[in-house]
Design a protein around this ligand. Structure first.
Ligand SMILES: Nc1nc2c(ncn2[C@@H]2O[C@H](COP(=O)(O)OP(=O)(O)OP(=O)(O)O)[C@@H](O)[C@H]2O)c(=O)[nH]1
Ligand SMILES: [Mg+2]
Length: 293
């Protein structure tokens, strides 16, 4: 049977027979729906962007998490386990990805949701935080909560600086150790100078200066032979060359948070207080979160 015969399949496919019309209609209507469903499933957000709360014990991480969840402050105790909650940006903060969307748009409402992960700040329980840094899943930002009154004293400052040094070094290693030359997606860091309601608290710009100075000291002492910064983070302790163990630029001088931009990590310091006689002031932190969403 040749293709031009009356009962060949090609003639039937082009003829105005009811079965051909029905089949064409079916394909024309059902195929776009199937393609839409397939693409929609693939594009649907699988997990919310996560912000990890890290920082020395007593900084106010759990207090901030409680505030984000319940909109009121509550008494907290030293944490021993990580805790994740789903939070919503305050209505007066606009997520950066939704500047041109109207409130009420489902995509706008979805963009305002995020996960907040609290980790224990005690020295022996920091592995909960550091595993998140070594293998971040959906981590959009790190919030390093520090008590601005405790960094006014040497002991508190040193503890905060050591933890901060390890956090920044872990982020740097993640960046420099990436298999692609483009580097992984940047994870920015917010240093939340908390407890500004206290009389003894340092203002944010001084918290920044003090921490930069103290991190420089930590960096110098680590370089002096303590090659255990990788061990402290639960990472590979050997096989890493000296250069990668060094935070920031190769130079010996003063460390500045600005140096972290070269390894894809923006660091900003913003002040606030979760608890206080005059109410809470956490707006600048939520604005920072909104800028990352
Ligand atoms: N004055 C004042 N106190 C605060 C503020 N934020 C938190 N605190 C208090 O600081 C203490 C420690 O707060 P937490 O939130 O438990 O500290 P944490 O960072 O979770 O500490 P760990 O769980 O041990 O890592 C609590 O007694 C809080 O009430 C603040 O802004 N101002
Ligand atoms: Mg806690």
């Amino acid at each position: 049977m040749a293709w031009y015969d009356k009962d060949s399949w090609l003639t039937a496919a082009l003829a105005p027979t009811p079965s051909t019309i029905a089949l064409t209609l079916f394909v024309a209507l059902v195929l776009p729906i199937l393609v839409h469903l397939f693409l929609y499933r693939q594009a649907a957000p699988t997990a919310l962007p996560t912000f990890v709360l890290v920082g020395p014990s007593g900084g106010g991480k759990t207090a901030l998490l409680t505030l984000a969840e319940r909109k009121t402050v509550a008494q907290t105790h030293t944490s021993t386990a990580p805790l994740a909650i789903e939070a919503l940006l305050p209505s007066d903060v606009v997520p950066a990805s939704s500047h041109y969307r109207a409130p009420g748009d489902p995509a706008y409402e979805r963009a305002r949701r995020f996960l907040l992960l609290d980790t224990p700040g005690h020295g022996k329980l920091r592995h909960f935080a550091t595993t998140q840094l070594i293998n971040p899943t959906n981590v959009r930002g790190i919030i390093f909560v520090v008590d601005a009154a405790s960094v006014a004293e040497e002991a508190g400052l040193n503890e905060a600086a050591e933890y901060l040094h390890d956090v920044l070094l872990a982020l740097q290693k993640r960046y420099t150790g990436a298999p692609t030359s483009k580097g992984p997606k940047a994870i920015p860091v917010l240093i939340a100078a908390n407890k500004l309601d206290l009389f003894t608290a340092l203002p944010p710009h001084l918290v920044r200066i003090q921490l930069e100075r103290a991190v420089s000291t930590v960096r110098k002492s680590r370089a002096k032979g303590l090659k255990d910064s990788g061990v402290a983070l639960g990472g590979e302790d050997d096989g890493l060359d000296q250069e990668r163990e060094w935070l920031g630029e190769g130079g010996e001088g003063h460390f500045e948070f600005q140096h972290m931009e070269e390894v894809g990590t923006g660091v900003v310091v913003k002040g606030g207080n979760v608890i206080g006689g005059d109410g809470t002031d956490v707006k600048s932190w939520f604005e920072w979160i909104g800028a990352q969403l």
